[in-house]
Design a protein around this ligand. Structure first.
Ligand SMILES: Nc1ncnc2c1ncn2[C@@H]1O[C@H](COP(=O)(O)O)[C@@H](OP(=O)(O)O)[C@H]1O
Ligand SMILES: [Mg+2]
Length: 256
């Protein structure tokens, strides 16, 4: 048994994300018997994972603030030194479509101005990517760039971007899964615009930065967390050698 009081913040993020992941796998395994599907399954997953993360954070990190997709925004986070930014279930739509595995649990820690730890669990794969043991970026295996995009809400400009870069678009669910696809050399870039929130990308960006990937807003500016406004509508995560081309494209064409 792991004693979470002995874990550093990196290991605690992993432990908490995997706890929530185990709860989500249980919800999915019992969904058929419980008559849960569609929106009811999404809601059950969101609620169960939020309850588990709330429980472990309250118990083991009682002095820290929390910003969660599934809880009211407690503005005391704006003056706190340490804020956990969590998305208990990212890729909710895909979670509700078994046997899809492109959904994730995000647990990040922001401290005094920046992200300092993060874990992205992909429970259906049995894998967790995190800042405690940063991934070593594998050599790029595809000559042609592969750009991961939202399955359901890809930004309007990605077709034109792909044409200019002679890139292939790879649709998948969950911001965390798409960022990890770049870490894992399944894609070379993830480009998003049009809407997203801090919890959708904080933990993925913490993990991607630790692996040496470029992470920025689509205009090339730094991504800033624990802002008052929870909206963080666009980002680029990519292999460093692609960053200039992608940012340059957006500067010339905008995101429409
Ligand atoms: N245009 C948009 N506006 C608001 N949120 C968006 C969005 N596009 C994507 N997202 C959010 O970003 C996450 C990844 O989306 P996608 O799978 O489409 O790439 C999802 O989080 P949740 O599953 O936590 O709701 C989704 O709600
Ligand atoms: Mg999300």
């Amino acid at each position: 048994m792991i004693d979470p009081t002995t874990l550093d913040d990196h290991a605690f993020a992993v432990w908490a994300a995997e706890r929530a992941g185990a709860v989500l796998l249980d919800v999915r395994a019992g969904a058929h018997a419980a008559g849960l599907e569609g929106k009811a399954l999404k809601d059950a997953g969101d609620a169960a994972a939020q309850a588990e993360l709330d429980r472990v954070l309250t118990l083991h990190r009682p002095d820290d603030a929390v910003l969660s997709e599934e809880a009211a925004d407690d503005k005391s986070r704006l003056t706190a030194h340490r804020v956990w930014i969590i998305d208990p279930l990212d890729g909710t739509r895909e979670f509700s479509e078994p046997p899809r595995d492109d959904w994730a649990v995000h647990v990040a820690l922001w401290q005094d101005g920046d992200l300092v730890a993060g874990a992205v669990a992909q429970p259906a794969l049995g894998e967790t990517f995190h800042t405690g043991r940063p991934s070593i970026l594998p050599p790029r295996t595809s000559e042609r760039p592969r750009i991961a995009v939202s399955r359901s809400r890809p930004p309007a400009f990605v077709e034109a971007l792909a044409a200019e870069l002679d890139a292939e678009l790879v649709p998948m669910g969950s911001a965390g899964v798409k960022v990890m696809s770049v870490v894992r050399d399944i894609a070379d870039a993830y480009v998003h615009a049009g809407g997203q929130y801090q919890w959708d990308n904080a933990a993925p960006v913490a993990v991607a930065r630790a692996a040496g990937l470029h992470c920025s807003r689509v205009d090339g500016s730094p991504i800033v967390y624990n802002e008052d406004d929870t909206s963080l509508p666009d980002l680029i995560v990519c292999r460093p050698e692609l960053a200039e081309q992608i940012v340059d494209f957006v500067r010339r064409h905008g995101t429409e």
